[in-house]
Design a binder for this molecule. Structure first.
Ligand code: MTE
Ligand code: MO
Length: 465
């Protein structure tokens, strides 16, 4: 059964993607009308080709046949030389930070229509439907602030390392940013996902787009010093010191316990860099903790202190929040690892398929426990599955892009993706998730997402039971 749980949907025009974005809607309609007959033949063949020879062959044929020259040769966008082909272009950009094209101005972080709109918004969602590959551009990284963000002066920022007693850390230390940045650093790609990502779906609130269902995730190349190096310098006792507490400098008093096991693996970073430049202020400039595989709340921003201790602290953000209410009425605490999950980003809610025929299904998969091993895609609500192609490199605790060629027959379709990680864990259906976790959770929803493609081509968020 399909539940139609749609809420206020932003205009589909805002969500449409290339090629309309380049040709304009009329242009696309014209090209399609004029190409129709030849193209349909191509598409029928394309499905067989996809099965036999893989997507590359399909793409070659698409390139050869997708844009036949209109019979009357009358497209002014081809025949009339635009000013950019005849005039002098603008000079080099040296008067500020380079920005995206003005034609891309609708690609933005947004507040969810499913949440209370506040002047001082505390969550903004990344526009997953508009992104390619796996890296989130820094200006589109989701934001979650418990008490607003700050642009902190790095010259005055300090990081303290201390122990809960003087034996657990023998030489408590304070680092300036300059002192941290001269230490050995590493750069690694990882995803960060808020534990509340996809939380609305538990409560039957169908937000319209993948930006709002899954947009509390981002993926960057982080640069920083492994926390292990700083703890070594401070003389930490790893036998007694089995946990660290990370504390932020903003007014939210953000403190999270992280098991020392993750630190000892060398994975936890004290990071200052993201995507090749310093962190953005919204994302913790000048320093944040990177805890690969663990939910976003533990990636403490504006990081000012690390304390080493012999047991979890039970701080407010771990006792009251980010806990899972189970069907028996008990809470699960410290379920920090983000389990294996995936979502189709194209086609996804709010998008409109141009026409029947060839479409590439594309999406993102990830696991807090390691690498994604495989992603299966269904277009009939989970009855039949085909294995998608993973776009390399497939990295540890990092987003992985998957793609699958699809020929849409114009009939309603239910699109799903199901990821499996290297531990063998398979992403659950809602039925499977609710059997274990009940219906009253908010956090840690990694269930399979369904998009309904209607015969009009419009795509909607639905949930299968
Ligand atoms: N100091 C501080 N750190 C913080 C937060 C915060 O409000 N203050 N929010 C946490 C939460 S709940 C998440 S999901 C991530 C969000 O990181 P981002 O804003 O860079 O996307 O930061 C975490 N670290
Ligand atoms: Mo979060």
């Amino acid at each position: 059964m399909v539940f139609d749980r749609h809420v206020a949907m932003p205009s589909p025009a805002r969500l449409r993607r290339a090629p309309e974005g380049f040709l304009g809607r009329e242009g696309v309609a014209t090209v399609l009308r004029e190409a129709r007959d030849g193209r349909r033949d191509f598409l029928r063949g394309a499905f067989a080709a996809a099965m036999a020879a893989g997507a590359a062959a399909v793409a070659d044929r698409a390139a050869a046949q997708a844009n036949p020259v209109p019979a009357d040769g009358g497209d002014p966008n081809i025949l009339k030389l635009p000013e950019h082909s005849t005039g002098l272009g603008r000079p080099v950009v040296t008067d500020g930070y380079g920005l995206p094209s003005k034609y891309e101005s609708n690609v933005q972080r947004r507040q969810s229509p499913g949440l209370t709109q506040t002047a001082q918004a505390s969550v903004s969602f990344a526009p997953l439907q508009s992104l390619f590959g796996i890296v989130t551009p820094s200006g589109l990284h989701f934001e979650r602030h418990h008490q607003g963000w700050w642009d902190i002066d790095p010259g005055r920022h300090r990081l303290m390392i201390n122990g809960s007693d003087e034996r657990i850390v023998r030489k408590p230390m304070v680092f300036t940013m300059d002192e941290l940045m001269r230490l050995p650093s590493v750069s690694r790609f990882h995803f960060i996902e808020c534990g509340a990502n996809t939380g609305m779906e538990w409560g039957n609130v169908a937000v319209p787009t993948v930006q709002y269902t899954h947009g509390m995730i981002s993926c960057c190349e982080y640069t920083g010093v492994p926390l292990r190096i700083l703890l070594d310098m401070a003389g930490a006792d790893y036998k007694r010191g089995r946990f660290v507490l990370a504390e932020g400098a903003d007014g939210s008093g953000m403190t999270r316990t992280v098991p020392m096991e993750l630190v000892e693996r060398g994975e936890v970073l004290v990071a200052y860099g993201s995507n090749g430049e310093m962190l953005r202020p919204e994302n913790g400039y000048p320093l944040r903790l990177v805890v690969p595989g663990v939910q976003g709340v533990s990636w403490v921003k504006y990081l000012r202190r690390i304390e080493v201790g012999d047991m979890p602290w039970g701080a407010k953000d771990e006792v009251m929040h980010y806990i899972d209410l189970m069907p028996d009425g008990l809470h699960r605490q410290y379920s920090s690892i983000q389990e294996c999950k995936s979502v189709v980003t194209t086609p996804s809610g709010g998008q409109v398929l141009l026409d029947k025929g060839f479409h590439q299904i594309s999406g993102l998969a990830w696991s807090g426990r390691g690498k994604v091993r495989r992603v299966d895609v269904s277009v009939d609500g989970g009855r039949n599955w085909r294995t998608a192609q993973l776009q390399g490199p497939v990295m540890d605790k990092c987003l992985t892009r998957f793609t699958l060629p699809w020929v849409w027959d114009g009939k309603p379709a239910l699109i799903q993706s199901r990821a499996t990680d290297e531990t063998g864990y398979v992403q659950p259906t809602y039925r499977q998730l609710r059997a274990v976790r009940g219906t009253r959770s908010i956090y840690h929803n990694n269930s399979i997402q369904t998009w309904l493609v209607q015969d009009s081509g419009e795509v909607k968020n639905v949930q299968l039971s």
